[in-house]
Design a protein around this ligand. Structure first.
Ligand code: SF4
Ligand code: SF4
Length: 472
């Protein structure tokens, strides 16, 4: 008697977490034994298919229809107990071997400066001198009006100070050089302006992700696009809300005169290293060009070296900076860490100036050059008997909401004066909303764009008109 062996064809096998519920296998199955299941997979949020294996004849057509590399397949003999879910790379590659760093932080030193007569400096030059006094000896940049004089002065002075000046091939290269230099624990900076700053955003996101300090001085100009070289506050949205991809923030300092261009640029280095994060000093183009009285500080900084630096010696071997975290839970934990840092910045670094705010009926919010015009307008309006005050954010991120909130009682209106399309007003509204201020005094505005600055007299006229209308 002749017996024939029937070969048993394997039935389908599926890891539910790899099924995207596309339904292709359902269409392919001649036995109509596949259907979308009614349970949601907890890992994917999709409803994976179910197969009626009693009806299935093992033809295999569904395997080839499935677009998922680890989707439907023939049941492997060892299917029982197999764990295809790999969440820990160590289980594949083994533990990462590193050398434990042995470096200790060398602290910065403050060296007293001799008392000097005040200087008259252009804003860009003042910022460059602030950087040098902060111990910055590394500059990377690509020239762009109206910031170029800052880079020119650094090019002239850094070689005499054993420093390094590199004119990079582009702003993209500039910011990536800063990534490397800051990662070595060294103080570095650039001068740029709006279109150039836009090009730096990708690397700024890398720097924030890898916690690398660096100072970006951005003299904003008319936009959008190449716009012009006039002064505009066109990047407030970018520096406060758009520093490249991902969960990014940086302290944003907004000087309003050449003295603050020096002081805030100098302080920016301290903040960048304190928080291990880029810091942006943001001024309008006019502020880079205008000259003003500048008093030099009482000390200069001799930078130390942080223990985390990738410095290229034995003590720092094993230090590593990266913004890539391939394991999802690790990246989530890193973002929680960054959020904690942002929270500390919000709590500890809000800065502002209040000018005649306490008894004011009308509060004007302005920063950079428009704040100077507004101050003159406030004085003029007070001479007319109108109680007007100026609230000037010095940090744009974080917005100094803690100092503003107590000033809002009994105010008849807020007026935002800006050389831009409402980006400062948006920051104000966002800060009020985050502070739970559903109802606040009405917000009005004086705006110009394209390199045109608000003028003192029009601010006076605008607020006088508001006051008259509210009486009428
Ligand atoms: S092996 Fe053939 S019969 Fe079985 S589920 Fe797949 S397509 Fe349908
Ligand atoms: S073809 Fe693959 S991914 Fe699509 S429903 Fe079927 S098993 Fe799921």
């Amino acid at each position: 008697m002749v017996t024939t062996k029937t070969k048993v064809r394997p039935k389908p096998f599926l890891f539910p977490q790899f099924c995207k519920a596309c339904g292709r296998c359902i269409d392919a199955c001649p036995k109509h034994c596949i259907e979308i299941g009614d349970g949601i997979d907890p890992m994917t949020g999709f409803a994976p298919i179910t197969v009626d294996l009693e009806v299935c004849n093992g033809c295999g057509l569904c395997y080839s229809a499935c677009p998922e590399p680890y989707g439907l397949m023939a049941t492997p003999p060892e299917a029982d107990g197999i764990d295809m879910v790999v969440t820990d790379p160590y289980s594949v590659f083994g533990p990462r071997t590193t050398t434990t760093p042995t470096a200790e932080t060398i602290p910065d030193r403050h060296v007293p400066m001799p008392s000097l007569e005040p200087l008259v400096l252009k804003g860009n030059h003042a910022a460059a001198i602030g950087a040098l006094l902060a111990g910055c000896r590394h500059f990377f940049g690509y020239p762009i009006t109206p910031s170029t004089e800052g880079a020119e002065l650094m090019a002239r002075l850094l070689p005499e100070l054993n420093g390094v000046f590199v004119q990079a091939v582009s702003e993209v290269a500039t910011a990536n050089m800063m990534y490397g230099c800051g990662g070595a624990g060294l103080r570095c900076m650039t001068f740029t302006s709006s279109p150039g700053f836009s090009l730096m955003l990708e690397a700024i996101s890398y720097m924030i992700g890898a916690e690398i300090p660096g100072v970006f001085v951005n003299l904003m100009r008319g936009g959008p696009g190449l716009g012009n070289i006039g002064p505009e506050q066109s990047d407030i949205k970018l520096v406060c809300r758009g520093l490249g991809h991902g969960n990014t923030h940086a302290l944003v300092l907004a000087p309003s005169n050449p003295q603050e261009m020096l002081d805030l640029t100098m302080e920016a280095f301290d903040l960048a290293f304190r928080y291990r994060n880029p810091v942006v000093v943001v001024g309008d183009g006019y502020l880079g060009q205008v000259t003003g009285r500048v008093t030099l500080p009482e000390f200069l900084v001799q930078p130390g070296l942080p223990d985390w630096a990738v410095y290229g010696d034995a003590a720092h071997r094993g230090n590593l900076h990266t913004s890539i975290w391939l394991n999802e839970p690790d990246l989530e934990a890193h973002n929680v860490h960054l959020n904690d840092k942002y929270r500390r910045m919000i709590e500890q670094e809000q800065r502002s100036e209040s000018f005649h705010c306490d008894d004011a009926d009308w509060l004007v919010i302005a920063c950079n050059t428009p704040a100077r015009m507004t101050k003159g307008a406030v004085q003029s309006l007070r001479r007319r008997g109108l109680k007007v005050g100026l609230f000037r954010p010095i940090t744009l991120w974080p917005f100094p909401i803690d100092a503003l909130l107590p000033l809002l009682d009994r105010k008849r209106g807020l007026i935002v004066v800006e050389a831009g399309p409402g980006q400062l007003e948006d920051e104000l509204r966002l800060a009020l909303s985050h502070a739970g201020m559903g109802s606040h005094p009405p917000i009005d505005r004086v705006q110009h764009y394209g390199g045109v600055l608000p003028q003192q007299q029009e601010i006076v006229d605008h607020i006088a008109g508001l006051a008259e209308a509210s009486h009428g």
